[in-house]
Write a protein that binds this ligand. Structure first.
Ligand SMILES: *[C@@H]1O[C@H](CO)[C@@H](O)[C@H](O)[C@H]1NC(C)=O
Ligand SMILES: *[C@@H]1O[C@H](CO)[C@@H](O)[C@H](O)[C@H]1NC(C)=O
Ligand SMILES: *[C@@H]1O[C@H](CO)[C@@H](O)[C@H](O)[C@H]1NC(C)=O
Ligand SMILES: *[C@@H]1O[C@H](CO)[C@@H](O)[C@H](O)[C@H]1NC(C)=O
Ligand SMILES: *[C@@H]1O[C@H](CO)[C@@H](O)[C@H](O)[C@H]1NC(C)=O
Ligand SMILES: *[C@@H]1O[C@H](CO)[C@@H](O)[C@H](O)[C@H]1NC(C)=O
Length: 376
């Protein structure tokens, strides 16, 4: 009985099915929601940007003999409209950039405390565009739309990916009659060279209450819209927007009150993800488009990462996958995961999930198998 000599742990390793996906720990243990990720072409450094928040310096260590009663000036918490972090590789290690302030002002049309869900695209070696959602400033809205958000664009031609970005004087997308718009994500279609902005119509901002303000009738629509943007500067809009995705039903549907946080990537049917980056020349016929989205409400355990797939055309139709990609209670052990963004070139994605600090940055390996996205 040779097997009796095999240590139990080895026997278990041989006989048990492979372990389920390991639980995840944050890449950054800070409040860093709705992330996007991009590699800076000149330097090769990776950057992640997130919804605005307070940066609080770590408490000073009493390492030295200094026992002065003064608090260092750098000890002050500072608010960033958009937060930034960097890493040598998408997998990390990630470092928060306390001195970066990519968007000092969200524009005259917006308030400065509600800047959400940045998305960054690189136009050429020295020019970037930052999309974001921001709340309308007083005087720019009627009382009924006072909490609505619209989508702005800001440009940096300083050559630095960290900006500072200068906002356009007007929002680029602002459907106030539908509740406004949030969650922009830029996308360069490798198959056609066209640039797009995908975003969520924020219907629940004008909802009647309940889960994320859209859990009771009358239910408001929260479709995902694809809008072509100018190839040259990413700011001007070309052609009309098309609704490419919508949620499944009211509170009884699988999506609950909303779908949001769209993000697009492209892969060829050879299962090679080529992402939204510039390296898409190998694309062409047979490409597929993956639309990541989140559903349910960000502040509850129902929030999750899901996706839909379109064959050969960025405008769809997008067919939803019924299984969640990442959700509370699965092997990742992340509560309320959402806001996923893929890395150009594929194979890695970032998202946020609950943590003691708020919503922290997480990441996962990502593979395309057939028409399915697999994370680990
Ligand atoms: C720093 O000094 C304070 C006050 O003397 C003390 O309570 C605290 O434990 C010290 N912290 C460390 C990390 O040594
Ligand atoms: C603590 O003091 C040592 C020796 O002076 C120094 O090398 C180290 O950098 C200090 N650490 C911190 C966190 O200040
Ligand atoms: C918002 O208000 C500012 C300041 O009054 C004004 O300059 C700007 O044109 C307004 N924008 C919109 C979109 O109404
Ligand atoms: C980069 O794009 C910006 C915006 O379209 C343009 O103004 C600039 O001339 C471009 N620079 C180069 C080097 O192509
Ligand atoms: C994608 O579909 C739209 C709408 O049907 C159509 O106008 C367009 O030509 C298609 N694009 C490609 C690349 O097939
Ligand atoms: C799941 O996450 C919780 C909270 O972070 C932690 O306490 C627990 O140990 C984790 N479980 C596993 C199996 O990693």
């Amino acid at each position: 009985m040779v097997t009796l000599l095999v240590p139990t742990y080895l026997l278990l390793t041989l006989l048990l099915p492979p372990p389920t996906t390991p639980s995840k720990t944050p890449l950054l243990s800070l409040d860093f929601p709705d992330p996007c990720i991009i590699q800076d072409a000149p330097s090769g450094t990776w950057y992640a940007f997130a919804t605005g928040g307070w940066w609080t310096p770590p408490p000073p260590t009493n390492n030295t003999t200094t026992t002065t009663n003064s608090t260092p000036a750098a000890d002050k918490a500072t608010y960033k409209n958009i937060q930034a972090a960097s890493a040598p590789s998408p997998r990390g290690p990630w470092t928060y950039l306390p001195s970066a302030n990519p968007l000092p002002s969200p524009g005259v049309w917006a308030t400065s405390t509600q800047t959400w869900a940045p998305s960054l695209i690189q136009l050429n070696s020295s020019s970037y565009v930052l999309y974001y959602a921001a709340q309308l400033a007083a005087g720019n809205h009627s009382s009924s739309s006072s909490s609505y958000h619209c989508i702005g664009a800001a440009t940096s031609s300083s050559g630095s990916i960290l900006g500072p970005y200068t906002p356009l004087p007007e929002p680029v997308i602002c459907p106030l009659e539908k509740g406004g718009a949030i969650d922009p994500a830029g996308f360069l279609d490798p198959a056609t060279g066209r640039r797009y902005l995908v975003y969520k119509v924020d219907g629940n901002a004008m909802g009647a209450g309940g889960e994320c303000n859209n859990g009771v009738e009358p239910f408001q629509r929260t479709p995902i819209v694809l809008q072509e943007v100018d190839r040259g500067d990413g700011g001007g809009l070309g052609g009309g927007g098309v609704e490419v995705f919508d949620r499944d039903g009211g509170p009884e549907g699988v999506d609950g009150p909303l779908v949001e946080a769209p993000d697009l990537f492209f892969f060829t049917t050879t299962t090679t993800a080529v992402g939204r980056g510039e390296g898409g020349e190998e694309s062409g016929e047979g490409g597929r488009y993956v639309l990541f989205y989140s559903n349910h409400c960000w502040d509850g355990p129902g929030y999750s990462v899901n996706y839909a797939v379109a064959e050969g055309n960025v405008t769809g139709p997008y067919k939803r996958r019924t299984e969640r990609l990442i959700g509370t209670g699965d092997g990742f052990n992340v509560t309320a995961p959402g806001g996923a963004a893929s890395v150009p070139g594929g194979r890695w994605m970032v998202f946020h999930g609950d943590c003691p600090q708020g919503r922290c940055l997480f990441g996962a390996e990502m593979e395309v198998m057939g028409d399915a996205v697999v994370v680990s």
